[in-house]
Design a protein around this ligand. Sequence first.
Ligand code: ACO
Length: 433
Amino acid sequence: MTPDTVTITDNTTGKTIECPVYRGTYGPAVIDTKRLYSELGMFTLDPGFVTTASCRSAITFLDGDKGILLYRGYPIEQLAEHSYFLEVAYLLIYGDLPTARQMAEFDSHIREHSMVHEHLIKFYGGYRYDAHPMSIMVGVIGAMASYYHDTIDIYDQGDRDANALRILAKMPNIASKCYKYGVGQPFVYPNNALGYIENFMHMMFAQPSEPFVTNPVAIYALDLLFILHADHEQNASTSAVRLAGSTESNPYTCIAAGIATLWGRAHGGANEAVVHMLEEIQDIKNVRKYVDRAKDKNGSYRLMGFGHRVYKNYDPRAAIIRKACHAVLDAMGASAHRPMLEIAMELERIALEDDYFIERKLYPNVDFYSGIILKALEIPRRMYTVLFAIARTAGWLAQWMEMITDADFRIGRPRQIYIGSETRDYVPVAKRN
Ligand code: ACO
């Protein structure tokens, strides 16, 4: 066996194949098992894709053991400190940090595309007044496909760029309308004199009857959260975007697939679930009871915001948010939210000293503290995952665009082990027992 191959032998037949081994810039080596089926007649089984690389990607790298996260090679800590969301979005989509001129152009295009087609607004009216905003997001983004589907050539770079820009630009507008619809307030048009985050806050909270002033601390905090949520390699929602895109579907439906997948509590829905859990705990003195409940093997209760498929050390995004959380609460004068932060810190302390969590390498993830910040910013809870979706759209688009230009681009089609009945004959209903 050479260092660049792995030999796989079928011990039943004695047949052997040499599988190439690829090494990326960082991360574990990857065995290419493509010939396994044609030569040995076998598939691999990896439920949850724990050890399966689905693609080559140059966008994001994370090392779960060392707690490292890089966007296009830049450490997340540096981007969080020095960059801002729209610049990070450019970096993810185009591969490099923009020059001043490139950024000015990008920013101006984003502003120009902030409006949505007036007819699109009618889709909101089809939802119940109390619909979850993520449900509205899935539907409205999907509906956008109907405006552009016939004119998109996904193999044309100009078309890809134009539609990616359009989606990114319109996300805050579409998201803010989900909130306005639920509270029965009039939709607010974008104000293109405002930056991306500020415009979003304006569309969320402004009312025609009074002037609206955004708080710079809130803009800073949201921008930071957006940077931290912008991409995260081949997670569930990104894989859903790629799988939908692999069928040559248009980018609007691919993003709708991503939003649908993000919604679940095990993924983006965790930020909402964390605040629910902290409220339920109510008091520091109850924390241990909840930790014990999460450890009970007879129950299904889990500490929300704890654990991650890849991070087995500490989620570097959680470390950044944890620090920001104190600063934001102080700057906002949000002392009412202090008890919640204190419960969170106590929960983290007890869990991190507990053998159950140590043995399973369960640490707070990005969502553990983000909900507390969003609560302090008075963002309605059901909008938390929607905000995550706006930020992650940058990553989804970057991944979708990368996939289409990949030399290996083809429809995604996992295989299975069939464990159902053997072939049997149809029995007419009268003869069934
Ligand atoms: N609380 C208590 N126990 C947990 C938790 C938790 N939050 N997470 C995992 N465990 C336990 C499991 O019960 C399991 O124990 P066992 O080995 O005794 O059976 C062990 O840790 C491994 O858990 P898995 O479910 O196999 O880990 P997996 O990698 O499949 O799941 C996940 C990762 C979904 C994030 C999980 O840790 C979880 O449900 N966490 C809570 C929800 C959450 O915070 N999700 C946000 C993730 S980050 C994001 O998407 C932005």
